[in-house]
Write a protein that binds this ligand. Structure first.
Ligand code: CDP
Ligand code: CDP
Length: 211
């Protein structure tokens, strides 16, 4: 069983994917963390995120088990991730890892939940269930801003909204694997949904898809 969850920045994909994976005992992969880790390695090496040779080197050398979740959760790395993610060779370099995770979930789990931008369209087009999670840019920026504030950042909500819009635009308009719902994806707008309500709505979609 493969569940694909896609959508724009801070829509609640990861929160939902984790809850679903816990509920069913499936393995969970945050594919955005792979692009963030590539971007982080490029920046750490003193290169620009747009430096394709540096990004490809980082993608080929990426060790998903060694990703430091704290270092990659910044606004700067989010922007840089969307720059390296627009490069097809970078995407190609981390595709096999994602597919293998979906098809052979670690720990012998009976299923996998992957979240990102192109899971339902490119990474796992055969996924049994696809969700495309959205929320208004204002709601998403507010959620991300709260998260950053709680981790000590002084960034303004206006700046977070600007960054969210910029990243969405780059992800939607890129030539390779743009952010877009698969034709067979179920849309879930979480703008007015609490975390709990979004989880319930997702479970209802999953159950209805199984009958
Ligand atoms: O993975 P993605 O970037 O799509 O979003 P997330 O990390 O799951 O959620 C972004 C933030 O929104 C987190 O702080 C969640 O707790 C919060 N959230 C929320 O307030 N209400 C929801 N229905 C879903 C997420
Ligand atoms: O958590 P949030 O939604 O803010 O972003 P993320 O899922 O960590 O993804 C960071 C960036 O990686 C995105 O803006 C995309 O450019 C890229 N990405 C992608 O291209 N394909 C994926 N499957 C996942 C992420």
């Amino acid at each position: 069983m493969i569940i694909a969850i896609d959508g724009p920045a801070a829509a609640g994909k990861g929160t939902l994917a984790r809850q679903i994976a816990d509920h069913f005992g499936y393995a969970y992969l945050d594919t955005g963390s792979l692009y963030r880790a590539v971007a982080h390695a490029v920046v750490k090496a003193g290169k620009e995120p747009g430096d394709e040779a540096a990004a490809l080197k980082a993608a080929k050398e990426l060790d998903p088990a060694a990703i430091d979740p704290k270092a990659i959760r910044t606004g700067e790395i989010g922007q840089a991730a969307s720059i390296v993610a627009a490069m097809q060779p970078v995407r190609d370099a981390i595709l096999a890892f994602q597919r293998n995770f979906a098809e052979n979930p670690p720990g012998g789990a009976p299923g996998a939940v992957l979240d990102g931008r192109d899971i339902g369209t490119v990474v796992c087009p055969e996924a049994e269930l696809k969700l495309f999670v959205t929320a208004s840019p204002e709601v998403r920026a507010h959620r991300r801003w709260l998260e950053l504030k709680n981790s000590g950042s002084k960034v303004s909500e206006t700046q977070v909204l600007e960054e969210v819009r910029e990243r969405d635009k780059r992800d939607r308009e890129r030539a390779h694997s743009p952010l877009l719902p698969a034709a067979d994806a179920h849309l879930l707008d979480t703008s007015d949904l609490s975390i709990e309500a979004a989880f319930k709505a997702a479970l209802a979609i999953i159950e209805s898809g199984r009958t």
